[in-house]
Design a protein around this ligand. Structure first.
Ligand code: SRM
Ligand code: SF4
Length: 572
């Protein structure tokens, strides 16, 4: 059945919608802008189109004020993001990516919370070289940002056997299936060949989707992807090794605006069960519902989660069935979600081993005596592992020989790299978004203060004998939620310069949202604010209750009172 996309009346549509429509399937004037050496930046419409090509126009926020005072324009630079479904790279692809960081970027690779790499600090004149080189490494940046299906994430464990192999296969299949069909990407970045004849976008149409659309895979035994924070979670169900099919859950998303209750974080809820061979069609039907009913006038209200809340699950299911021209079973019962610990050495089940290596904030760089980038490059050159990027910004090196364990650990240590066993759980698992100086939306620091905030919190944990607690800490520079702060145990969310909102009470399994306990907490007071809560937790936890469960049980009002009794009122 061919159901044509409904569009909002032209005068109601956002500027981004209008720019997409006249872009000739994502071409706009990007090629002209690239060819003009006098321009350091693109105009607004092209900058928006560029996102779907995987390119973000940014500026160096550290130097912006000084440059303004000197009457100079901002120092424009670009971020690019790769599409790596399931986060898997061959050793040679990893080495190519490492090489591009020096040739085109700022000498760093940044693992994202969706299992891929970003490059920062690319000058406009280097963009074409970088994207063509990425294509040469059998990778792409296409459809990693903007209003399309983004990089599909999947549990990263390389355990041998059908469970993980099926999920990796599905991630690759869906990633390819939902790529835009326009030739614009190849034309602009790869071969310059213009398409002859009429072009079509069979799924997306000329205006693509109303907003980004995120898909994640998980199983109840492995929700390391935080799947329920996605627009669509594919929860694969197995009976032993036998793949039964999947529950699709819809309507997750974390972006919100402080003090604007009409925007909110939401977890996806199960919609239907679908058998293995029909999962792709069911996903496509969900995408079509969002394509045709998602809000195209207000981008803050355009994610699928708003449609799910406002129309209800029954309506969504009926529409999905109408587009798919079939009915679906109700979602099957699921056991409680788990998230496996992947740090350190693990037997894969096929004679090989994998090593889970924590990468602070996902930033692979050589800094001072810590030569993380050199260490990882050398490890990959010498041992040729498959490299798997995780949704917690870490790396699993898989296919290793356990006989090389000592050599590999010595190599990492010689370069100043901390191994999983050298770190407390909160240090291993903490994630933070890039924030300043690259992110144009950041209200506070995140990645650059992760280390010091962690050290301070760890001291407080130690004081109460809690340093081995498996706590997750997630820091973002604004409420958009890129490091998923609303599903961790402790979320610090940039509120205004130097201040964070404190969220507590999420869980490690990614099935419960946290609540805002303090709205504006000064950076310097963060660990002090947590002190009375750690004290109380150490005494009042029930059995082996986790920190997140304890916070959720006692509630945000109780926790806020603990803090205010302890801190001087001026701090809050
Ligand atoms: Fe994000 C926008 C970085 C995962 C929600 N995100 C941005 C931008 C592109 C800023 C911008 O629009 O100008 C950031 C670029 C910063 C920089 O300098 O690199 C940015 N987001 C990231 C990354 C790199 C954070 C990280 O530490 O790894 C993650 C890249 C993932 C990827 O590879 O595709 C990243 N972003 C997320 C996630 C988590 C996830 O997907 O698992 C979320 C919350 C889930 C969700 O989508 O709701 C997330 N990012 C947002 C939002 C809020 C969207 C909303 O519905 O309101 C924005 C702002 C926007 O889209 O307008 C945003
Ligand atoms: Fe930027 Fe905010 Fe995302 Fe951090 S959470 S990368 S500050 S948009």
């Amino acid at each position: 059945m061919n159901i044509l996309p409904r569009v909002a009346k032209a005068d109601q549509r956002s500027k981004v919608e209008q720019a997409k429509e006249v872009s000739r399937f994502l071409r706009g004037a990007i090629a002209d802008g690239l060819a003009d050496p006098g321009l350091a930046q693109f105009g607004e419409d092209d900058a928006n189109l560029l996102k779907i090509h995987g390119v973000y126009q940014q500026y160096d926020r550290d130097s912006a004020t000084e440059r303004k005072h000197k009457g100079k324009e901002r120092s424009f630079q670009f971020m690019t993001r790769l599409r790596i479904p399931g986060g898997r790279l061959s050793a040679s692809q990893y080495l190519a990516c490492d090489d591009f960081a020096d040739r085109f970027g700022n000498g760093t690779l940044r693992i994202t919370t969706r299992q891929t790499f970003q490059y920062h600090g690319i000058l406009k004149g280097e963009l074409k070289g970088l994207l063509a080189s990425i294509h040469g490494a059998a990778l792409t940046t296409f459809a990693t940002c903007g209003d399309v299906v983004r990089n599909v994430v999947a549990p990263s464990s390389p355990y041998h056997g059908p469970v993980y192999e099926t999920m990796q296969d599905l991630a690759r299949t869906f990633s390819t299936r939902f790529l835009p069909q326009t030739n614009a990407y190849a034309e602009i970045w790869v071969d310059g060949e213009a398409v002859v004849g009429e072009e079509v976008e069979p799924l997306y149409g000329a205006t693509y989707l109303p907003r980004k659309f995120k898909i994640a895979l998980a199983t109840p035994d492995d929700n390391s992807t935080d799947a329920l924070t996605n627009d669509l979670a594919v929860i694969a169900l197995f009976d032993g090794d036998h793949f039964l099919g999947a529950n699709l859950a819809v309507g997750g998303g974390l972006g919100l605006t402080h003090n604007k209750s009409k925007t909110y974080a939401r977890l996806a809820v199960p919609l239907l069960f679908v058998e293995p061979e029909a999962i792709g069609d069911a996903i496509e039907a969900v995408i079509k519902v969002q394509r045709d009913y998602g809000d195209r006038s207000d981008r803050k209200h355009a994610r699928l989660k708003y449609l799910v809340t406002e129309k209800g699950l029954d309506w969504i299911k009926a529409e999905v069935e109408r587009y798919a021209e079939r009915s679906y079973e109700a979602p099957r019962p699921m056991t409680r979600f788990r998230v496996p610990d992947l740090y350190g050495w693990h037997a894969q089940g096929n004679g090989s081993w994998f090593l889970g290596t924590p990468i602070p904030s996902g930033r692979i760089a050589d800094r001072g005596s810590q030569k993380l980038r050199t260490a990882l490059r050398t490890l990959v050159e010498r041992h040729q592992p498959t490299v798997i990027l995780t949704a917690t910004q870490d790396i699993l090196f898989s296919g290793l020989n356990i006989a090389d364990r000592d050599v590999i650990e010595a190599l990492l240590r010689e370069h100043g790299v901390a191994l999983a066993q050298d770190l407390a759980p909160i240090q291993r698992g903490a994630i933070s978004c890039p924030a300043l100086p690259t992110c144009g939306l950041a209200l506070t620091e995140a990645e650059r203060v992760r280390h010091e905030i962690l050290d301070e919190i760890l001291e407080r944990l130690k004081a109460h004998g809690l340093e081995q607690e498996p706590l997750s800490l997630r820091i973002t520079g604004c409420p958009n939620g890129c490091a998923r702060p609303y599903v961790g145990d402790i979320g610090l969310v940039g509120r205004m310069p130097g201040h964070y909102a404190l969220y507590l009470g999420g869980n490690a399994e990614g099935t419960r949202l946290s609540s805002c306990v303090l709205d504006k907490l000064a950076r310097r007071d963060i660990s002090q604010a947590l002190e009375p809560i750690f004290y109380d937790f150490a005494r009042r936890r029930q059995g082996i209750e986790s920190f997140g469960d304890y916070c959720s049980r006692l509630g945000s009002r109780y926790l806020a009172e603990l803090i205010s009794d302890y801190l001087s009122p001026v701090m809050i």
